[in-house]
Design a protein around this ligand. Structure first.
Ligand code: ADP
Length: 329
């Protein structure tokens, strides 16, 4: 049986990028005869400036949204990272396996460290070591597959390297996982800045579609999306025409069509944007509706998370105990 693990950071409201790049794959995975664990990775939210009450609120909101998106606690394990101590216990052993050099090469570290410095904030040490904690999240469950967006490719590569290195040095302990990405929309771009990823913690929300945006707000954001200069018409070219390609990717992901084929059906940007807006509104409608129902009963969500943490702990503990023994403790 394939074991699947993935997570989402409670650093902001979940976006269309999170949904198309990751969450939708998670919902599909739980219908296969796989064993799946999904995690709100709250410790990762502490690697940059954070507000304690907001992180706690967003953690529960993320869990509620994952349930609203279709995760079924009878078919998967949904939990919060900080409720399962095994993640941090294992992270230390992996810090003794990783090197400073390989962590400093991580693209996300370089980008986020530069941002923190520009804002006059110190760069938290945990920002550097974050991919090691992520490796622990994955390896603690002997995960086979990690369904993630394109931006996590490098971190899963590092996880693989650490698993192989640990196994070679100390004896076989971890499964070496592989990342899986959706065929389309593995990297949804910001609608206002189509050369940057749509990220939930970005300051300017105008280019970000949040899963809980009202239909009118979604329409406005899509209709105001930046398209590319020049009058090249509607063609699919991610390098030269990133704005249009992004809209085509989103529409393709919503409708199951091929983005290159889709382009052939449009002569103007207006009609394309209208179709994208309609498709995204319809895609998100059931998620928003279900979220409203679930949010009315937070105690039920907390119960799901408590039970999920219990199941996760029981799976992770023997793996992490084995790693402690293997490394000489
Ligand atoms: P964010 O960058 O929004 O804080 P997370 O680090 O919480 O995202 O990632 C949660 C999941 O969503 C990961 O699998 C990540 O690869 C995916 N993801 C995040 N942003 C995008 C995007 N713009 N397009 C596709 N997938 C994305």
């Amino acid at each position: 049986m394939t074991r699947i693990f993935s997570g989402v950071k409670p650093t902001g409201h979940l976006t269309l990028g999170n949904y198309l790049g990751a969450v939708r794959q998670w919902v599909a995975a739980e219908h296969a005869p796989d064993e799946a664990l999904f995690c709100v990775v709250d410790l990762h939210a502490l690697t940059v400036e954070h507000e304690p009450a907001r992180v706690r609120r967003l953690s529960r909101q993320a869990a509620t949204l994952l349930l609203a998106a279709g995760l079924d606690p009878q078919r998967c394990t949904l939990f919060v990272q900080s409720h399962v101590d095994e993640h941090t216990r294992l992270a230390y052993l992996l810090e003794c396996t990783a090197t400073d050099g390989e962590l400093r090469r991580m693209i996300q570290y370089k980008e986020k460290a530069a941002k923190a410095q520009a804002a006059g904030d110190g760069v938290r040490l945990s920002l550097l070591t974050y991919p090691v904690l992520m490796a622990a999240d994955i390896l603690a469950y002997r995960t086979d597959e990690v369904p993630v967006g394109e931006d996590q490719r490098q971190h899963v590569e590092l996880t693989r390297d650490l698993a192989v290195r640990f196994n070679q040095r100390y004896g076989h302990t971890f499964t070496v996982p592989r990342a899986t990405h959706p065929a389309v929309a593995a990297r949804v771009m910001d609608l206002q800045e189509p050369t940057s990823k749509m990220g939930k913690s970005d300051a300017n929300g105008a280019g970000i579609v949040y899963l809980l945006d009202e239909p009118g707000v979604v329409r406005k954001k899509v209709m105001r999306a930046v398209t590319d200069s020049g009058d090249g018409g509607v063609v699919y070219d991610r390098e030269a025409r990133p704005g249009v390609a992004n809209l085509l990717d989103v529409l393709a992901a919503c409708t199951g069509a091929d983005p290159v084929r889709l382009a052939e059906g449009y002569t103007g940007y207006g009609a394309l944007k209208r179709d994208v807006a309609d498709a995204v509104v319809e895609l998100l409608r059931p998620v928003r509706e279900r979220h409203a129902e679930l949010a009315a009963d937070p105690a039920e969500v907390d119960k799901v998370l408590r039970e999920g943490a219990g199941r996760a702990r029981a799976l992770a503990r023997p793996v992490v105990d084995r790693a402690y023994e293997a490394i000489g403790l």
